[in-house]
Write a protein that binds this ligand. Structure first.
Ligand SMILES: CC(C)(COP(=O)(O)OP(=O)(O)OC[C@H]1O[C@@H](n2cnc3c(N)ncnc32)[C@H](O)[C@@H]1OP(=O)(O)O)[C@@H](O)C(=O)NCCC(=O)NCCS
Length: 193
């Protein structure tokens, strides 16, 4: 299997939804990444390691991965205002097996729980199946991250397994939950409307 080779289809300038627009990241977005990834609560929800990334690590993450060739990363903007509130991405794009790993962080805490994350995820999953012709989108999430699990379930992701006690946080062990959605499941959801 070959990923769609056309650059504009593979890494679009923007993907427009009802309430969010996904846009290619620009160099100036680093400022927002610095803020988001210094936030201890973002670190608690997303990192295996204790505590946030250092400023140097955030810069390396931004330049090496977010802006890098192997990552398909998009900024999440509120459509009405164009405010940048977060970032979503595919990593480990695997053309041989038609699969990828999905990541999302809404860094602006005041934008949590308003449906932006679910819509951004749906736009990315749709892109994966309709433009990139992938077969499977997978992700991992910590057991205690109920908001994220709910958002992923709303988009059609199913729990397919768990790495038991893989993360120690807030004084106890939690599972790392593995979720995925397959192309035919996405098509069936679209057909249902
Ligand atoms: C996870 C994240 C992307 C979800 O996006 P979001 O815009 O906040 O989520 P949505 O509003 O689309 O959906 C959240 C759902 O979870 C529900 N929810 C919120 N808090 C909850 C909780 N504590 N327990 C259970 N459900 C909860 C909401 O009610 C909503 O479901 P509903 O529409 O059925 O009512 C976003 O919150 C985020 O980036 N958080 C910080 C970083 C993070 O956790 N990233 C994911 C790492 S795997």
């Amino acid at each position: 299997m070959t990923l769609v080779p056309e650059r504009h289809a593979w890494r679009p300038e923007s993907i427009v939804g009802d309430r969010v627009v996904l846009r290619r990241h620009r160099a100036e977005n680093l400022k927002a990444f610095m803020r988001w990834y210094s936030d201890p609560e973002i670190a608690r929800l997303t990192r295996y390691q204790q505590g946030p990334l250092s400023p140097d690590e955030i810069q390396r993450f931004f330049h090496g991965r977010i802006m890098g060739a192997d990552f398909l990363a998009m900024g999440i903007h509120v459509r009405d205002t164009d405010r940048l509130i977060g970032s979503c991405a595919f990593s480990q794009l695997d053309g041989d097996n038609g699969s990828t790993l999905y990541h999302i962080t809404i860094g602006e805490r005041d934008s949590w729980g308003q449906g932006f994350g679910s819509e951004a995820t749906e736009l990315m999953v749709d892109h994966a199946f309709t433009q990139l012709a992938l077969h499977r989108v997978a992700l991992t999430v910590f057991q205690f991250n109920a908001r994220a699990i709910r958002a992923y379930e709303k988009c059609g992701f199913k729990i397919e397994g768990r790495a038991r006690d893989a993360i120690y946080r807030d004084g106890r062990f939690w599972d790392e939950i593995h979720m995925s959605i397959l192309a035919d499941e996405w098509e069936a959801r679209q057909a249902q409307g």
